[in-house]
Design a protein around this ligand. Structure first.
Ligand SMILES: Cc1cc2nc3c(=O)[nH]c(=O)nc-3n(C[C@H](O)[C@H](O)[C@H](O)COP(=O)(O)OP(=O)(O)OC[C@H]3O[C@@H](n4cnc5c(N)ncnc54)[C@H](O)[C@@H]3O)c2cc1C
Length: 202
């Protein structure tokens, strides 16, 4: 975990003089305009290669928000319902934020086959499909594929930060890159913006 939490970590990254953020920008729109020697790609690996072997499946979620006229809705911040209902998780945010209020807000998560790519589907045929894309990635010079979408693997935040730091160290050791300038793109997935993106390093 970052010493001062994720908010501070992202603030410091975004405040770095070498980092510029471009919102609502697919890296393919600007790849010919921004000179770079090396790219860190964090988008879906199958998309990078134009789905040439087919689409990697993901499980998605629909979030249903409810406000209840009671100070407390459930006994704990997060309850998982793996089997018995159409929803799989209910989160009551007050527990996490410490908010005091006469009402409370919860979100129900309903698994969906279509939608934003959230969770890789760990089936042998999907692993085989990913291995095909991975072989292409390994044969692609000057690009590292990093993160959950680019490696088709579910990571928690701490794991993905560790993977990013490990990749950085490996590249520095190989002296593949020097961090003269870094461009960090931010594009919305399904209307929500998420940090990171295709990072062009020169
Ligand atoms: C529903 C859900 C709940 C989660 N809850 C937790 C939790 O409680 N705790 C926890 O530790 N982790 C949680 N995670 C995991 C956490 O979200 C991930 O570990 C983390 O976001 C992975 O970071 P990433 O950089 O690999 O991918 P992402 O955060 O998905 O970042 C990828 C970035 O690449 C950008 N991108 C993609 N394609 C392009 C393109 N063509 N051009 C430019 N940019 C592009 C995207 O816009 C995005 O900003 C959760 C994940 C999900 C799906």
């Amino acid at each position: 975990m970052p010493l001062h939490g994720y908010t501070r970590m992202f603030e410091q990254m975004l405040n770095h003089p070498n980092i510029k953020v471009m919102l609502n920008t697919d890296y393919r729109e600007i790849i010919d305009m921004i000179p770079f020697r090396y790219m860190i790609y964090t988008g879906p690996i199958d998309e990078f290669f134009g789905y040439c072997y087919g689409k990697l499946p993901y499980r998605s979620l629909q979030f249903v928000h409810e406000t209840h006229d009671t100070p407390v809705y459930q006994d704990t911040p997060v309850i998982n319902y793996p089997n018995d209902y159409a929803y799989t998780r209910v989160t009551e945010f007050k527990y996490l934020t410490g908010q005091k209020h006469a009402k409370t807000s919860v979100v129900y998560e309903y698994p969906q086959a279509e939608g934003d790519p959230y969770y890789p589907v760990p089936r042998p045929e999907n692993a085989r499909l990913y291995e095909q894309y991975k072989a292409l990635a390994e044969a692609t010079p000057n690009v590292s594929f990093v993160g959950r979408l680019a490696t088709y693997k579910y990571y928690n935040m701490d794991q993905v930060v560790a993977q990013a730091l490990k990749t950085y160290r490996t590249l520095i050791e190989r002296q593949t890159l020097t961090v003269d300038s870094v461009t960090l793109l931010e594009v919305p997935i399904g209307g929500k913006t998420q940090l990171n993106g295709a990072t062009a390093l020169s």
